[in-house]
Ligand binder design. Structure first.
Ligand SMILES: *Cc1c(COP(=O)(O)O)cnc(C)c1O
Length: 459
């Protein structure tokens, strides 16, 4: 995709549309001097150059990548018009597109056809809305989630005044079912949050079993699939690289009460695109409000009536809609092969790490996150911490740099893997790589070799 050509086509098309409304003079106050513009642009581009190269396969650090060029083109076209998806009057076409992409996301999870949902600015707000509905439905009960759940659940529960119960997780980062059941037996939990792909290590909670427990103890299940949601595409395919048990848990999302997913993580979108889906459309009643500002000119459902956020970029919905025309939510075509490549890349790298004396795998990857650490000769937790940090820093400073991220783990998790380790510290930083670009699959050998060399140097 040639962005220069496509940008030209988009600008022409929108200019033509504008011209169809008749010409007018732009106000003098909005005009910009050519030299000022060139200077500011030069400065801006120079400052943006201070970024890490998120687009490059040698950036294998945090959960970050640029949007697909299709999403950029889709966003730009709508941005030039700037519809507001608060009300259908704020942008009828992108409002309609939002309803269509919400339907597509719902069918990806095998949610019912009348699922209620909308886009949000991200996973934080999507989860906030799920927790808020949880509180409205069970005002006297608490919400339970594991130690490894995203910190947003604890924080948003405080915002909402919801009581929380923290459930232990196992050494693989998954919610512990016995610990959950012990809490559910008390009858005070109203909602359980299960995570389909933790942000730290990509662990998938045993959603199928959590669902059975929720049924037995009559509580709601919210699935936080902000990061992992799009791997659901691989849950019903024979050619899927996911392990069968993980596929089963992704399939179980179909029976959850609500699910949050971030198209700005694995859905090829720029930031500002999350989504929340509710199985039971009647929860829409809790969003009820009277607005003196907004015209609700039609009786059709306005998205602002079912969203806590008011103004929302119609361009986000437009970009996602346009992207899904080209990359539909399928296992073997469209988006599926993109997320599958990351899973294979993580598996291939983890096999190499496992076979290497100087490196140890922290966890076998479930999705596309690899976690590992240099094996210290002194056999102490503090040396794992220091060597990881040294490799992380030096890898970025090489002439041809590699970018990783650091992840803090408890000594107990390390001791469970290496019993003779000396626990001279409570926690250690280890190395973490999110292999979320399909190009990562082609550079695994190269990434591995560089990290092995650095590990030898900094032992
Ligand atoms: C990223 C993430 C969030 C927060 O979402 P934002 O889009 O960053 O607001 C919540 N939960 C999980 C599991 C995530 O990975």
């Amino acid at each position: 995709m040639d962005l220069k050509v496509l940008f030209g086509q988009v600008v022409d098309a929108i200019e033509d549309w504008k011209a169809s409304w008749g010409s007018y003079e732009t106000h003098l106050a909005t005009r910009v001097d050519g030299k000022d513009l060139a200077d500011a642009l030069g400065l801006y581009v120079e400052r943006l150059g201070g970024n890490y190269p998120f687009f490059h396969p040698h950036y294998a650090g945090q959960m970050l990548k640029p949007p697909h060029p299709a999403a950029v083109v889709g966003y730009l076209a709508a941005q030039l018009i700037n519809p507001n998806n608060h009300a259908l009057d704020g942008g009828p076409p992108t409002g309609q597109m939002e309803k269509e992409v919400v339907r597509d996301l719902a069918s990806m999870f095998h949610f019912p056809g009348d699922t209620l949902g909308h886009l949000t600015s991200g996973g934080t707000i999507a989860n906030l809305e799920a927790l808020w509905i949880a509180r409205e439905l069970h005002p006297t009960k608490s919400v339970a989630f594991s130690h490894e759940a995203h910190y947003t659940h604890a924080r948003m529960s405080r915002v909402l005044g919801l009581r929380t119960v923290s459930i232990a997780s196992d050494h693989s980062g998954r919610l512990d079912l016995d610990a959950l059941e012990a809490n559910l037996r008390k009858g005070t939990v109203g909602t359980v949050v299960a995570t389909a792909g933790t942000t730290g290590v990509g662990a998938v909670d045993p959603i199928a079993e959590v669902l059975s427990l929720c049924r037995r103890y009559e509580c709601r299940l919210h699935v936080d699939a902000a990061y992992g949601g799009f791997f659901t595409l691989l849950a019903r395919s024979n050619s899927s690289p996911l392990n069968p048990d993980i596929k089963r848990h992704f399939r179980a999302i179909a029976d959850a009460d609500s699910v949050a997913v971030d198209p700005h993580k694995h859905g090829l979108q720029p930031y500002g695109c999350g989504a929340i889906l509710f199985r039971d459309p009647s929860v829409g009643q809790y969003y009820h409000h009277d607005s003196p500002y907004t015209y609700f000119t039609s009786d059709e459902l306005h998205l602002g009536e079912i969203s806590l956020e008011c103004s929302r970029a119609g361009a986000s919905a437009g970009a996602l809609w346009f992207t899904l025309q080209l990359f539909p939510l399928n296992a073997d075509t469209g988006l599926g092969p993109i997320v599958a490549a990351g899973v294979r890349a993580a598996r291939q790298w983890s096999e190499r790490i496992d076979a290497e004396d100087g490196l140890a795998l922290f966890l076998p990857p479930t999705l596309d996150i690899v976690t590992f650490y240099p094996v210290p000769t002194s056999n102490t937790v503090s040396q794992i911490d220091e060597a990881s940090s040294a490799i992380f820093t030096r890898a970025m400073q090489e002439e041809d740099p590699v970018f990783l991220s650091l992840y803090r783990v408890d000594k107990a998790a390390l001791l469970a893997r290496a019993r003779d380790l000396v626990a001279d510290r409570d926690q250690a930083r280890i190395l973490r790589s999110v292999l979320m670009k399909p190009e990562h699959e082609t550079v695994v050998a190269d990434l591995h070799e560089r990290i092995v060399n650095l590990a030898q140097k900094y032992d």
